[in-house]
Design a protein around this ligand. Structure first.
Ligand code: SF4
Ligand code: FES
Length: 237
């Protein structure tokens, strides 16, 4: 089948304004959008820039906006698209070149929630044990590959006035540690999250859940953090 790709192009070093460039690619219906982008770069235009690595939904590096919806190019089969495919960089982030965006602010927010296990007690002789039931509580959050599709799709992050909101991806990771039975820093974590631009920045708009390529119940996990904070305050009074 013939696939038409209309791709956002912008090289800040030489272009005054972004523009769109159209490419025609001969593809098998079972090819992924990523295969088509690679074919464009290898066979037609080596100047086209985009990120990719694993090609199999594991590394999270090929997040982009495809026909207006953020997703991974390696998870989209071309047969799913009827006409021209519009390919753009993820919104919210500054464009570095073409489909490559600057994820530094995203990673800063992610790091702000302390994305690692914190323990206060002395380590046991062997590993810190956890039952399968305890692990099951946060199991889905572990699937996150930091593709940033959720944060890029969040209307709160897209709004300049509320862009300081920490965003859904960071909150999924916060959930992962707040609900980990081995973690011993829930007070510290709650203090970090209990802010207007922390978990309360979420307006429960569900866009993050709709686009997550790992099918993580993002909005539900954010809601569980809110409830945990509410309960922690309620139990003190
Ligand atoms: Fe990507 Fe889902 Fe993780 Fe958000 S929660 S960064 S959409 S994998
Ligand atoms: Fe790794 Fe798509 S290339 S997730």
């Amino acid at each position: 089948m013939n696939v038409t790709l209309k791709i956002f192009r912008f090289d800040p070093q030489k272009d005054k304004e972004p523009y769109y460039q159209t490419y025609e690619v001969d593809a098998d219906p079972m090819d992924r959008l990523l295969d088509c982008l690679n074919r464009v770069r290898w066979e037609q235009d080596p100047t086209l820039s985009f990120r990719m690595s694993c090609g199999h939904g594991v590394c999270g590096s090929d997040g982009m906006r495809i026909n207006g919806i953020c997703g991974l190019a390696c998870q989209k089969l071309v047969k799913e698209f009827k006409e021209e495919i519009l390919v753009e960089p993820m919104p919210v982030f500054k464009v570095v070149k073409d489909l490559v965006v600057d994820l530094e602010p995203f990673l800063e927010k992610y790091n702000s929630i302390k994305p690692y296990l914190i323990t206060k007690t002395s380590p046991p002789d062997h590993e810190r044990k956890q039952s399968p039931e305890e692990q099951h509580v946060f199991e889905t959050a572990v699937r996150c590959i930091l593709c940033a599709c959720c944060t890029a799709s969040c209307p709160v992050n897209q709004n300049q006035e509320t862009a300081s909101y920490v965003g859904p991806a960071a909150l999924v990771r916060a959930f992962r540690y707040l609900f980990d039975s081995r973690d011993e820093a829930s007070g510290e974590r709650i203090a970090l999250l209990d802010r207007k631009d922390g978990v309360w920045g979420c307006q429960t708009l569900w866009k993050c859940t709709q686009v997550c390529p790992k099918e993580i119940p993002v909005t539900k996990q954010i809601g569980q953090i809110k409830k945990r904070i509410y309960d922690s305050k309620h139990s003190k009074t």
